[in-house]
Design a protein around this ligand. Structure first.
Ligand code: FES
Ligand SMILES: [Fe+2]
Length: 438
């Protein structure tokens, strides 16, 4: 199979697909706990890996994620009533518990029938103010042990919003270190990160290196920093997580979780191991200057017809991302306000494969250069992880106890000029240096 076709395989994550199986091997963030604030509150429509689902918190306080439609005549359970034991379809009153088992059929006199009806339901747990879902078969692994998972509330935050592209475009942007100095040059967003700002903007063509880890890739950018070198190490972790450095600022990462082949949820995670998140970060987030973009929480009908409840960015392709080329206060060649708005403007409207509604990049037309090495390595890493059953089993083993995700980014000025010397010197600062392979 041609490489472009193989990469195309990565874009497909619906039931029965290989990439879908990879995503179904891990716990995925499904929604924020705040979307289901109280027992018996309104349910939330989500869509993951091509499946329309409904998340609810029953009157008894139990979480459930079940298929979005009733087994009877397929009415949306979203309009049902949340009761102590689960969700009751409003059409004819069939009641489902969190396991998807039908418990009652108001329009059926034969009481034995409902025991035979069960709708799809997935395991879910609440942790770090996020509701996580496991969509695979068999026993799930441990939750990923991201460094922020057990921190007190004030030392972390997570946000989520819609990106109207295939997931792969999103995660590729995470591993694309050379765009940072070019697309994102707004001083308002980089002011709190003097080292990053200073050397990133002075050296637009960093030397990029890629190193495999047990569950992903280290993306290493080396820029000139006067007599020394400014090293910026990001991480890709299968299937779609990143860990991104940010100089003197709290660090974080993102996740690009497929909604379907044409849309994904972008998750942003910030944390500070030392103390509460600084007000400066929270202020920038509130203004939509960084991540998340300025957004509104509302029902939204996707191009694929499904309706989901999530945060919808204000700046979208439909309004040209509110581009203002003449606005000098932006000081960004893009003329677009927020960092994520800038990213989405690049990623949501790339040259696409015909018939994908502009949502899946046509990678057979790309002209890649040395700066893209981490992206190339990341694609290959995903391909290799899901291409054979044995590879997938190895991946599952690597994430079994969740510790492989306990990694941290690194962003530092150092005298080392050679990548292996740099990695050796900063082994203790690097995420999981024991993972580094050649
Ligand atoms: S469609 Fe749900 S009970 Fe009839
Ligand atoms: Fe970016």
């Amino acid at each position: 199979m041609a490489l472009a076709d193989r990469i195309d395989v990565l874009s497909k994550t619906g039931p029965g697909t290989k990439t879908g199986a990879l995503f179904r091997s891990v716990w995925l963030p499904a929604l924020l706990a705040s979307q289901l604030p109280t027992p018996g509150c309104a349910p939330v429509r989500i869509k993951l890996l091509g499946e329309e689902l409904l998340a609810f918190r029953s009157g008894n306080g139990e979480l459930g994620i079940v298929q979005a439609t009733c087994a009877h005549r397929l009415a949306p359970l979203y309009y049902g009533q949340i009761e102590n034991e689960g969700v009751r379809c409003s059409y004819h009153g069939w009641l489902y518990d969190k396991t998807g088992q039908c418990r009652e059929m108001l329009n059926e006199t034969d009481k034995t029938i409902c025991a035979k009806v069960k709708i799809k339901a997935y395991q879910c747990v609440e942790k770090a103010d996020i509701i996580w879902i496991y969509m695979g078969e068999g026993e799930p692994p441990a939750l990923p042990k991201f460094p922020w998972m057990d921190l007190p509330k004030e030392q972390r935050n997570a946000t989520v919003w819609l990106q109207e592209s295939n997931w792969l475009q999103g995660i590729e942007g995470e591993l694309d270190s050379s765009h940072v100095s070019i697309l994102h040059t707004n001083p308002a967003t980089m002011a709190t990160s003097p080292v990053h700002q200073h050397y990133s903007s002075k050296d637009l063509s960093p030397k990029i290196f890629a190193k495999d880890t047990s569950i992903g890739v280290l993306g290493i950018a080396r820029r000139n920093a006067d007599a020394n070198f400014y090293w910026r190490v990001s991480q890709f972790m299968l299937p779609a997580y990143s860990s991104i450095p940010s100089a003197n600022f709290p660090v974080g990462g993102r996740g690009y979780i497929p909604i379907d082949d044409y849309n994904c949820y972008t998750w942003d995670f910030n944390y500070d191991l030392k103390g509460p998140l600084p007000q400066a970060l929270l202020d920038m987030q509130a203004k939509g200057l960084v991540f998340p973009p300025e957004s509104n929480y509302k029902p939204y009908k996707l191009n694929t017809g499904s309706i989901i409840d999530t945060w919808i960015p204000v700046r979208t392709v439909a309004n040209d991302y509110l581009i203002n080329r003449g606005d000098e206060t932006l000081a960004s060649p893009s003329g677009i306000l927020g960092l994520n708005d800038q990213d989405r403007a690049m990623q949501e409207t790339m040259l696409a494969i015909e018939g994908t509604d502009g949502r899946i990049t046509n990678r057979s037309q790309e002209f890649l250069v040395a700066a893209d090495i981490v992206i190339v390595r990341m694609r290959r890493r995903v391909l290799l992880a899901m291409e054979t059953d044995a590879a997938l089993a190895r991946f599952r083993e690597a994430i079994e106890d969740g510790s492989a995700y306990n990694v941290e980014p690194l962003d530092i000025v150092a005298e080392q000029s050679e990548v292996n010397a740099f990695l050796e010197r900063f082994n203790d600062r690097l995420i999981a240096p024991r993972q580094v392979a050649n």
